[in-house]
Write a protein that binds this ligand. Structure first.
Ligand SMILES: Nc1ncnc2c1ncn2[C@@H]1O[C@H](COP(=O)(O)OP(=O)(O)O)[C@@H](O)[C@H]1O
Ligand SMILES: [Mg+2]
Length: 506
């Protein structure tokens, strides 16, 4: 403006029309020189591409352009600018250039260009109109932003991936910074009924049932715990937006290696239904157990009364019969060898019946259990097994004087009977080893055979009532059972039952 004023003063007095023309021309020249100088200095900048375009062709390019495009200066000056723009981007570049030249936009725009080697790269460009050598010329400047664009794309992909991963997790996931929620996934809605955008910026107080639970529940010590360990898991009851309780398995982990900015991620797995089902199942099991225990004790009682009847009634009568036969035998006049022999046979028979009776009543209710105790009853049973099956049954007892309640003794005895029956029926064993150990706290019975070995399938079959009975009896007394079969090597049944204190009997 000052230059123009000075010119005006100098030229004062000249004819009006001419003067105006001269001023315009001179001004234009000066302006043009200025822009030329500006362009020349810009051209030297090694960090940006600077070029002039006229009629769709390069008029001048700087070394940056030569470097990124891979063409020589002569080649570029012969080319149309459109040749280096990616065909798909030409329309867009054209629009952006027009908008910028018309002053409608000042934002640099990005497009793909092609290098001489055929590589596709990205440029960010701005354009201006300048007066160059007296003509309107486009001054362009651009920067190769390929690395930035790739990084941006990767970041966007990563962000999309992250969002997808987060939303594909069926649990609620939230990120906390200084106790405030900074992100949450869609699972938040599924678990708690809150939309992520409703809780961003808030604390998690709203998920708790009360202030106490929020302050007291793990939250209070959470940060301290996370200082020491990376992940912390717990089970807590929260409140759904609709007011109902939500039992969650919560897992908190800190973001990064330290607790900078108190950044943590918390996932909440809704286990309410699972918990309910577990409780129901446990109750159901309990009912079945007490039912089977009830049945068992009813059966035991019945057996006891039958055993007693057999022993007391029949046993008494047979004993009387036996004594009478002996008496008759003694009183029998000599010379009756046939009758003598018959009577001796009858006495034998009665003795056999008495033996059988004893065996049957022992099986029904081992009175040895009552009279002698568990260890002796087991010993008797083991010998009996050997006698009837021919399979030797080695017994080791480390039990001292066992002082256990009769019902528990019966349970252990019945378990032992079932294992022996199974060995006789299924194992094909040639030897059995039994050990009975008892301390103050536990009683442990182990029965080992060298037969074919029980398989997992055989154990699992629904008709395995014998094995189920073994387990039920042990569980009833709070014990546990391990049944291990090794193919061709045999089966081991171990039962371990805690001994109740003096005044607690289940
Ligand atoms: N000591 C063992 N050796 C080999 N197989 C066994 C033994 N004990 C049990 N089994 C297998 O396990 C199954 C289930 O046993 P159990 O529940 O007692 O039913 P049951 O004796 O009435 O068949 C048996 O049928 C048998 O196949
Ligand atoms: Mg059986």
């Amino acid at each position: 403006m000052r230059d123009a004023d000075q010119t005006k003063t100098k030229l004062a007095g000249e004819p009006r029309r001419l003067r105006k023309q001269t001023i315009t021309k001179k001004g234009r020249e000066e302006q043009s020189n200025l822009e030329n100088d500006l362009f020349q200095s810009l051209k030297r900048n090694p960090q940006i591409g600077v070029y002039l375009i006229r009629d769709g062709r390069f008029l001048s390019v700087n070394s940056y352009m030569i470097n990124i495009l891979g063409y020589t200066e002569e080649e570029l000056l012969k080319m149309k600018v459109a040749q280096i723009i990616h065909p798909d981007d030409q329309g867009r570049v054209h629009e952006s250039v027009s908008a910028m030249l018309q002053g409608k936009s000042t934002e640099p725009y990005e497009f793909r260009f092609l290098t001489r080697g055929g590589e596709i790269r990205w440029a960010s460009e701005t354009v201006n109109i300048i007066n160059f050598q007296g003509r309107k010329t486009v001054l362009g400047s651009s920067v190769d932003v390929t690395d930035k664009i790739i990084a941006r794309q990767k970041f966007a992909e990563l962000e999309a991936l992250e969002a997808t991963i987060l939303d594909s997790i069926p649990h609620a996931v939230i990120g906390l910074k200084n106790r405030r929620i900074i992100f949450a996934n869609e699972g938040l809605y599924t678990v708690f009924g809150w939309k992520p955008e409703e809780l961003i910026g808030q604390t998690t107080r709203i998920l708790f049932r009360s202030d106490e639970e929020y302050d007291h529940g793990a939250v209070k010590n959470l940060y301290a715990i996370l200082e020491a360990q990376r992940v912390f898991r717990t089970e807590l009851t929260y409140r759904h937006k609709n007011g109902r309780d939500v039992i969650c398995l919560v897992s908190c982990s800190r973001i990064g290696s330290g607790l900078k900015d108190r950044g943590i991620v918390v996932t909440y797995e809704d286990i309410t239904e699972r918990k309910k089902a577990e409780q129901k199942l446990a109750l159901f099991h309990e009912q079945i157990r007490s039912h089977s225990a009830h049945l068992e004790s009813a059966r035991e009682e019945e057996r006891t009364s039958i055993a007693r009847e057999l022993h007391d009634e029949l046993g008494q009568l047979l004993t009387v019969l036996n004594m009478d036969l002996v008496l008759i035998g003694k009183k029998m006049p000599a010379g009756q060898p046939f009758l003598q022999e018959k009577i001796a046979e009858m006495i034998k028979l009665v003795e056999t019946i008495l033996d059988s009776l004893k065996r049957i009543s022992m099986a029904l209710r081992p009175d040895l259990l009552d009279h002698l105790g568990l260890a002796e009853a087991i010993e008797w049973q083991a010998n009996n097994f050997h006698k009837h099956t021919g399979i030797p049954c080695k017994l080791s007892v480390e039990a001292g004087k066992l002082n256990i309640v009769p019902n528990l003794a019966t349970a252990v005895y019945r378990i032992f009977q079932e294992t022996l029956t199974n060995i006789a029926r299924h194992a094909g064993a040639s030897a059995v080893a039994v050990s009975l150990k008892a301390s103050r706290e536990r009683i442990i019975l182990k029965v080992k055979d060298n037969g074919k070995g029980v398989t997992a399938d055989e154990q699992a079959k629904s008709a395995a009532f014998g094995l189920i009975g073994i387990r039920e009896r042990a569980y009833h007394w709070g014990g546990e059972v391990k049944i291990k079969g090794r193919e061709g090597k045999g089966t081991t049944v171990s039962v371990s039952i805690p001994l109740p204190g003096k005044d607690e009997t289940p």
